[in-house]
Ligand binder design. Structure first.
Ligand code: G4P
Length: 528
């Protein structure tokens, strides 16, 4: 059991759209032997209609709503790579996936540096204390200087770094990488279209064969830089990496397969095997506990349009999962049989016969499940709740099929319990429907789609101008906050009656915070 746990790594890739997350995913699969030729993941992305049999809406929009789990093996380690939907399909799911991993690779486009979506995803990782590995991608294009890129991570994200390798030039002159740990130079050869692993040769920095491939001035500059690094970045401290306080940085080009294997090896060297999860009693549950347990971080509905079924994704936290096992949903105390659990690899769902802590299983069910529920063979195990993240879009949903008010209410009430969106009430707004909050428009679209498809109800969205929500850390502040919101902001409550404030934009939030430092606002709620 422990051997199986120790050989697992569960991670996600985070990035701003277009930085290269899909390409890197594909190349990790190539190096992990799960793909013989690179190309299929990207092809899938372009031909979603044919590659995906998931929600109808997904087909129409040509995007992936679902968090897919990709599994591959490398050097006898088993990787579970969880997809974090990123583009237009950004939603609360993206954040929730990060509660199910033990580490992330943050991909940055080396020409653009840190971009907005990266900052947001990074902040969630930091709150969870997740280890963050950085991959500076697209060095085959003209890039910012590596020192500038490192500096940006330190300044913009406030994250300390350790460059593990260092690029030898960039753009069309990009030749390879210097591995600071092994103290050797890897010179790569481009392969057409990057479909095969990139061949490389290893040299010392003083090899004549290495020196002669560049101008003396460039060589001297390179040597100066790596000497400088030795003085400034001295401590590749695994403990700090695991605590999320230090990011090992790798450079490369996912498209050309340069640096991908160094990243993969580095990830294995410095990341952690699956970490235990806390129960609601605040204690870590031992992973080798004989009872199987897992927590649900994602629910995907209607994956098969012929059956109204739902695929529930859970991260295994203790024990060994075996097919046909009877388990409890410990919230409802109902017993269920996980007869159709799957390892999920894109469209193909392989039936999982067994799974260990760190693995993700998906099972199809009609039973009552909510995000954060625990499934376990021990009815007494309940994991800590998954945090709520502050939505950034707010809207009322109005029923336009007036004759179908009852169906509208029934559908809305039912779908809200599935955590597709969060719900709020604005103080003194007399409305018979709750205010809906989401991180991405897609969450509203899914709700509207399902109301139409399952309840035959047409709706329209009445979008409100608020873009920032904060919870009051001290609920008693609700008594004084109204009088302090003269410059903007409106009060309300979340679905559990916890007080919240809505602001039009982050500038107004900042103004409020600067003027009322005694009131603590939070964008992330662990207990609800
Ligand atoms: P994403 O999932 O983060 O959104 O990014 P994705 O991998 O789809 O990559 C976005 C674009 O960047 C793609 O180009 C991809 O080929 C390109 N790209 C990724 N890695 C590298 C790299 O190392 N070097 C260079 N030069 N480009 C890279 P596209 O034009 O949108 O698609 P395609 O026609 O190239 O597939």
């Amino acid at each position: 059991m422990n051997k199986e746990i120790l050989r697992r790594r569960t991670l996600a890739i985070i990035s701003h759209p277009d930085a290269g997350k899909t390409t890197l995913t594909e190349k990790l699969l190539l190096y992990g032997g799960a793909l013989e030729l690179a190309g299929s993941v990207t092809v899938k992305k372009k031909q979603r209609d044919t590659a995906s049999d998931w929600m109808e809406l997904e087909k129409k929009r040509g995007i992936s709503i679902s968090s897919t789990v990709l599994q591959f093996e490398y050097n006898n380690f088993k990787f579970n790579l969880l997809d974090t939907p990123g583009h237009k399909d950004f939603s609360e799911d993206t954040y929730r996936v990060l509660t199910a991993v033990d580490g992330v690779i943050m991909v940055i486009d080396a020409a653009k540096g840190i971009e907005s979506r990266t900052v947001k995803l990074f902040e969630i990782c930091r709150k969870h204390g997740i280890a963050i590995f950085t991959f500076m991608n697209k060095l085959d294009r003209p890039a910012m200087s590596p020192l500038e890129l490192i500096d940006q991570i330190e300044k913009v994200l406030g994250l300390r770094t350790f460059p593990v390798n260092w690029p030898i030039e960039n753009g069309s002159s990009f030749k390879g990488l210097y591995d600071r740990v092994q103290k050797e130079v890897h010179l790569f050869e481009r392969t057409p279209g990057g479909v095969y692993k990139a061949p490389f040769t290893i040299h010392s920095t003083t090899d004549e064969s290495f020196k002669k491939i560049m101008f003396d001035s460039v060589y001297n500059e390179f040597i100066d830089e790596i000497n400088l690094l030795e003085h400034v970045y001295t401590d590749l401290n695994r403990k700090k990496i695991l605590e999320g306080d230090l990011s090992p940085v790798y450079f490369g080009s996912a498209a050309n397969n340069f640096g991908v294997e160094l990243l993969l090896k580095g990830y294995l060297d410095y990341s952690s095997p699956p970490l235990p999860r806390k129960t609601s009693a605040g204690e870590f549950l031992a992973m080798d506990n004989p009872d199987f347990s897992a927590f649900i971080f994602k629910i995907q509905t209607n994956m098969n349009p012929q059956h109204r079924d739902r695929m529930v994704f859970a991260r295994v936290c203790s024990g060994k999962f075996q097919r046909e096992e009877k388990v409890f949903n410990t919230r409802t105390q109902k017993e269920i049989r996980l007869s159709s659990a799957h390892n999920v690899f894109g469209k193909e769902r392989e039936t999982a016969d067994e799974a260990y802590p760190g693995d993700v299983i998906g099972f199809i069910t009609n039973a009552d499940f909510k995000i954060g529920d625990t499934v376990s063979s021990d009815i007494n195990i309940i994991f800590e709740k998954i945090p709520r993240f502050a939505p950034e879009l707010f809207a009322y949903l109005n029923n336009t099929s007036t004759s179908k008010y009852k169906s509208f209410r029934k559908g809305l009430d039912h779908l809200i319990t599935e955590d597709i969106v969060q719900t709020f009430r604005i103080d003194n707004h007399i409305k018979n429907v709750p205010l809906l909050g989401a991180l991405g428009n897609l969450q509203f679209e899914v709700l509207q789609y399902r109301l139409r498809d399952e309840y035959g109800v047409e709706t329209n969205l009445e979008v409100l101008p608020w873009t920032v929500l904060r919870w009051l850390k001290n609920p008693d502040d609700r008594l004084v906050i109204k009088s302090k919101l003269s410059f903007g902001g409106i009060t309300g409550t979340d679905e559990h009656g916890k007080p919240v404030v809505f602001f039009e934009n982050s500038w107004k939030l900042k103004y409020f915070e600067d003027n009322n430092p005694e009131i603590q606002l939070v964008d992330f709620l662990i207990e609800f």
